[in-house]
Design a protein around this ligand. Sequence first.
Ligand code: PGA
Length: 230
Amino acid sequence: MIFAANFKTNHTRASTKTYMEDLKVKLVSKKPEDKVYIFPPSTALDRFDGDFTVGTQNAYATQNGAYTGEIGVEQLEEFGIKAILIGHSERREYMDETQTKVAEKFDFFKEQGFEIIYCIGEPLHIREKGFESVMQYLLAQFEGIDISYDKVIVAYEPIWAIGTGRSATVDEISTTHRALKKAINNKPLLYGGSAKPANIKEIISIAGVDGVLVGSASLSVESFSEMFLA
Ligand code: PGA
């Protein structure tokens, strides 16, 4: 199983350092086959010691250059970072990242050999239209994306379940993952959206779920570690 923590715009450089130290201790008891990723905010990126991979929540598709406010590969290389989240719904929505932009970013970081957690997910009004509309919407988020890339992990995150405390139901996750798995040639597929200690066992036991991408419940090391130690 894969357990990925997305801090979003939470934690500082100081609190991330403490988190990573506490996490390292917890990770000693994790199952050897499980993999843990942490995506802290950019200001907290660093080299950390422990059995986990640190990735960036975002970066600009460049080595370096004149892109005020952005970070590129050169800044990530300083900390040995080779994993990135691309396509998260918050970036698509608040930062106006179009499918074309997302696909360009994917291509660039693929060329750089990054591990890419590629996020997709539908809004509530699409879910309410029924399963066919959901799949149509989700498949459109693969436009321009080379799903045959060997270092891609897909994260299915229904937008209406993100940060709301209300996860998708077992049935919703199960049917969507089954269909997505076929579409992505069986690549690793995470579920995201209010995954937490109380529902983790249920979620990771669903066929077609290879792990979780966790926001809110990853912010405390106790709660996040409860999930991979469950
Ligand atoms: P959540 O966020 O766990 O707070 O719902 C998940 C995500 O956006 O990755």
